[in-house]
Design a protein around this ligand. Structure first.
Ligand SMILES: [Zn+2]
Length: 143
């Protein structure tokens, strides 16, 4: 089995609904996303012969996702009043409304699914919300 990993960071705000602690308040993180791709065999021909995948292709997909999330407010769908969302948008804030609670665990799963949908053989995504705290997600079929 061969595995590659690359990482990208993004700065985003969020808050956790139904949480009794300081994370219920709006705050920001420098999220670090570490993505792993895995294949049993290396490519056999062409410019990627003897590679899992060209690092350039891998990095550009991970960086594109980080860029999309960078300097946004990650909002769980339904967690803010519609009038609040409208007001934030009217002020020009860049919102990223997601259909899940914005925990590091769910963001790791979301990144894994997005990168998989982009055609990468993703085996794992680590989502650091601080340098010392990280949640990981691995697709079920690889466990
Ligand atoms: Zn947080």
């Amino acid at each position: 089995m061969y595995e590659l990993k690359t990482e990208a960071c993004f700065d985003s705000a969020h808050f956790l609904t139904d949480y009794y602690g300081k994370c219920e308040n709006l705050h920001g993180h420098r999220w670090k996303m570490v993505a792993y791709i895995r294949t049993a065999n290396l490519q056999e021909e062409g410019t990627m012969r003897d590679m899992v995948l060209d690092f350039g292709v891998f990095k550009s997909e991970v960086r594109a996702l980080a860029k999309e999330l960078d300097h946004t407010f990650l909002v769980e769908e339904g967690s803010l009043q519609p009038a609040t969302l409208k007001a934030l948008e009217a002020e020009g804030f860049n919102l990223c409304v997601l259909p899940f609670r914005t925990t590091a665990e769910n963001l790791a799963k979301y990144a894994c699914e997005r990168l998989t949908n982009a055609g990468l053989p993703v085996s794992r995504v680590d989502m650091y919300e601080t340098p010392l705290n990280c949640a990981s997600y691995m697709p079920q079929d690889l466990l």
